[in-house]
Design a protein around this ligand. Structure first.
Ligand SMILES: Nc1nc2c(c(=O)[nH]1)N[C@H]1C(S)=C(S)[C@@H](COP(=O)(O)OP(=O)(O)OC[C@H]3O[C@@H](n4cnc5c(N)ncnc54)[C@H](O)[C@@H]3O)O[C@H]1N2
Ligand code: MOO
Length: 459
């Protein structure tokens, strides 16, 4: 790319960053905004663009993760450590559920038609949840029973307390018709021992943990969490206090640690590394992580050491630049021969780094963690107003969900986090832009994910 072209691209990135919530004219004069593209369609001058197209970059990252996942041995972990992992085996019931005929209500277990003789008050005359059952209930008898208690043999129904009365002689009468089996949850109503409750590949959510416990599990066999180390590059970065004298705060260390964790990674640590190629080389080659994530140093400045270090380490670049804005210098490399580790190089500009995180790190980590649909985009949403596109590249734009429509946020320039901090998702704007009402894929964010179970647990 010539410096002129680069200059105009950068100019466009900054201009696009200022796109506000006001509807903008969506097409050339005289064109119906609902039917025409927001900006002219992509130009395809050969050789003008570099890097992998955005959908292919995501697919390549997911593929790399899936290949590596096949070699990772599933491990049994206690329920308390399984949240956010992926089941390596189907969850089969270890018991019938319920495991015995259970009273669904507080009231009376009755045998046969009423009225019924009741046992005297006291432990003998009642069945409580978790307690041993009484002897078989004979026809014409009733015994007090609590919700969740085992229904005694011989009982034909449960009569709710509020639907019954006891007369002076201690006889129990039902206030309404009693149907055989009413308010008894029969053994095996939910499942029989051996039934498949969840397929392999399911995410362990809080609900799955509850189901597994109910079905008798103490441990779950899951894929290991990918271990990730974050290397934050740059001499200009401060870890506390106010920016001063050209130094700025590291925004990415604090952002990446919990975000990666929410993607199912086990973050070994976040290390700050100065603009020192030797130190970076040692950190990359000596890391114990399955995935090293670097920030900064991906471009071609005098201290942008990521490419030279990868070359020296004999890495294979799987993705070297992506046709996406922001974040186009992002990269994915395989380390080792055969490849046994990966490096995701995120650009230093903070929103560009988020773009790299969503484009490369997320599908890679999800696939490594055993998710079957690691590269898929969860949902698509119509955009309220047109969104200006980049002529050739995909744009990732922070959006708000307003009544089911995506509304782009301002402050979405490559160096800005103000937009993403208030966003509900990142809309994927194809080259050329989007018309008002056009459905766009939206990448979810860990704190807004609808049903992934990852949520904000940051396990
Ligand atoms: N000649 C070129 N220059 C640039 C290009 C290019 O293609 N040719 N691309 C631009 C784009 S786009 C991006 S994005 C950046 C990528 O740069 P690097 O990955 O090399 O990152 P740095 O130069 O180290 O930093 C860029 C920018 O981000 C700030 N930064 C870095 N780390 C952090 C952090 N942890 N927290 C907050 N801010 C951070 C850094 O101070 C710089 O301002 O390159 C463009 N240039
Ligand atoms: O504009 Mo860069 O795209 O900040 O990644």
């Amino acid at each position: 790319m010539t410096s002129d072209e680069r200059g105009s691209d950068d100019g466009m990135d900054e201009a696009l960053a200022l796109v506000g919530r006001r509807p903008r004219p969506a097409g050339p004069a005289g064109q119906d905004p609902a039917s025409g593209p927001a900006v002219p369609p992509p130009q395809t001058s050969p050789g003008h663009r570099h890097g992998t197209a955005w959908p292919e970059a995501r697919a390549a990252a997911a593929r790399a993760g899936t290949t590596a996942a096949a070699t990772r041995r599933p491990v049994p972990v206690p329920l308390g450590q399984a949240l956010g992992r992926v089941l390596a085996e189907p969850l089969r019931a270890l018991t019938d559920l319920p495991s015995f005929d259970t009273s669904a209500m507080d009231g009376w277990a009755v045998a046969g038609p009423g009225p019924w003789r009741t046992a005297p008050e006291g432990p003998e005359g009642s069945v409580l949840a978790g307690h041993a059952t009484t002897a078989e209930l004979a026809d014409g008898h009733a015994v007090r029973i609590a919700t969740g208690a085992r229904v005694p043999a011989g009982a034909t129904a449960v009569v709710r307390a509020e639907h019954s009365r006891t007369d002076a002689a201690g006889q129990l009468h039902a206030r309404r018709e009693v149907v055989q089996g009413q308010d008894i949850r029969p053994r095996g109503q939910e499942c029989r021992s051996g039934d498949r409750l969840m397929p392999a590949g399911s995410l362990v959510t809080p609900a799955v943990l509850g189901l597994a416990a109910a079905a008798g599990y103490d441990e779950l066999t899951t894929y290991p969490r990918p271990r990730v180390e974050v290397l934050v590059l740059g001499d200009e970065l401060l870890t506390s206090g106010l920016p001063h004298e050209g130094l700025i705060r590291d925004a990415l260390g604090p952002l990446l640690d919990p975000w990666l964790c929410a993607l199912g990674a086990d973050v070994l640590g976040v290390r700050r590394i100065g603009d020192d190629a030797e130190e970076l080389y040692r950190a990359v080659t000596g890391s114990a992580a399955d995935v090293v994530v670097t920030t900064g140093g991906t471009a071609s400045g005098p201290v942008d050491h990521v490419h030279p270090v990868l070359a020296k380490a004999g890495a294979t670049l799987l993705v070297d630049g992506v046709r996406v804005r922001p974040g186009h210098p992002m990269l994915l490399a395989a380390l080792g021969d055969p490849a046994d580790r990966y490096l995701v190089g995120l650009p230093g500009n903070p929103l560009a780094a988020v773009s790299g995180l969503l484009t490369l790190a997320e599908p890679l980590l999800r696939a490594l963690a055993g998710h079957p649909a690691a590269g898929s985009v969860p949902f698509s949403v119509p955009v309220r107003d047109g969104i200006q596109g980049h002529p050739q590249d995909t744009r990732l734009v922070p959006v708000l969900d307003r009544d089911g429509a995506a509304v782009p946020l301002r402050y979405s320039g490559p160096a800005m986090l103000r937009g993403i901090a208030t966003a509900d998702g990142m809309a994927v704007v194809p080259p050329g832009g989007a018309r008002p009402g056009q459905a766009l894929d939206v990448l979810d964010l860990p704190w807004t994910a609808p049903a992934t179970g990852q949520g904000v647990c940051f396990t």
